[in-house]
Design a protein around this ligand. Structure first.
Ligand code: ZN
Length: 357
């Protein structure tokens, strides 16, 4: 893993520490800027507004936001959460989203890129790793792409979640953007799906590898989308339509970007996390629809960060289990979904009975 050079002079040690800090700050800044853009996407996309041509403006007074106030996180802190022009209270969610995306970029930088791919299954972690080798010397282009591929997956999942928490369904444009970029990227770099076991090498990927990689992505997309529909089906209420669209989108992206062998892993984690927050007994009766969608996004994050460790566990679903194991688990998920839906329908009927005199 991380460079095992032990005979560094104090000066060299300081230089490396400085490079690590600069890199972390650099990635944090990119993440914060993209988090700021995500706030724009989440607000404008469901309204059908353009994302690029109009500059950022205050949603209350419409005054364009000045350059000096448009710095992610710090802009909000400097203005103490108020518009400079009309004193409209800017929701704290804006800097929090910027901070979340920035942190995501830094955490994945260390867990995936600087570790030499220690979180990825099948792909052997690089012996010469660390920020200097992986970022500054750009030694492993496929690992760098893998890092940005997973950042994009989590970015799209977070965006979808924020949109549905605002009560709107995930826009088709966001879904298609994620699908097209995912499929094209898998065709360009087939090693993005480490479970395919395509060798790490500097050779240009061959066409059979590209076809295998795209097919793997599409299989994952179909499985993920189907399981997302099954999870969404547990929410029968018409007002839960946006959350159903989030579950569908997040599981579909998970299958496409990480491969079909991760879909059931993420599904189980989603159900376990939801059970954790709403307690097992209460889950069947009053499962919080928003908790289910939020858990799905957290589950994708955990999957990315601990993929290798999860796949080493013999009982946890991963690429190393045969397909009948996955089929059995899928059947179990369907049974759980039927039970949750029946309970939710019963609760809903009770509520309607009480409401009708
Ligand atoms: Zn304003």
């Amino acid at each position: 893993m991380i460079n095992d050079v032990t005979d560094l002079s104090p000066l060299e040690g300081t230089q490396i520490a400085t490079m690590i800090s600069i890199t972390a700050f650099w990635f944090f800044s990119i993440g914060a800027a993209l988090g700021s853009f995500l706030n724009v996407v989440v607000y404008r996309l469901p309204l059908g507004m353009t994302l690029v041509r109009t500059p950022s403006a205050c949603p209350s007074c419409g005054q364009p936001i000045e350059m000096r106030d448009n710095i992610p996180i710090f802009g909000w802190l400097k203005l103490r959460g108020r518009c400079r022009n009309c004193a409209w209270s800017i929701p704290v969610r804006y800097p929090l989203v910027e901070f979340a995306v920035a942190s995501l970029f830094v955490v994945l930088l260390f867990v995936e890129l600087a570790s030499g791919g220690a979180n990825l299954p099948v792909r052997e972690p690089e012996h010469y790793a660390g920020v200097v080798w992986t970022v500054w010397y750009f030694k492993y282009p496929d690992l760098m792409q893998s890092y940005f591929f997973h950042c994009l997956l989590l970015y799209l999942c977070l965006g979808s979640l924020l949109i549905v928490l605002d009560g709107k369904s995930v826009p088709k444009s966001l879904l298609w953007f994620g699908i097209i970029v995912g499929v094209v990227w898998l065709a360009i770099e087939p090693r993005l799906h480490p479970t395919l076991g395509i060798l790490q090498s500097w050779d240009a990927p061959s066409w059979p590898h590209r076809v295998t990689s795209v097919l793997s992505g599409l299989t994952g997309l179909v499985l993920g989308g189907s399981v997302g529909c099954i999870l969404g089906w547990t929410l029968p209420s018409p007002q839960d339509a946006p959350l159903r669209s989030a579950l569908f989108t997040v599981l579909l992206f998970c299958g496409l970007y990480l491969g079909c062998s991760t879909v059931l892993s993420v599904t189980l984690m989603t159900l376990l996390l939801t059970a954790l927050v709403s307690s097992i007994g209460a889950m069947l009766r009053s499962l919080n629809p928003a908790a289910l969608a939020t858990s799905a996004v957290i589950a994708v994050l955990i999957q990315c960060l601990t993929w290798r460790q999860l796949s080493q566990n013999k009982l946890w679903p991963s690429h190393s289990q045969p397909w009948p194991y996955h089929a059995g688990l899928l059947a179990m998920v369907i049974v759980v979904a039927i039970l949750i839906r029946r309970q939710r329908l019963a609760v809903r009927a009770d509520t309607l009975d009480v409401a009708t005199p």
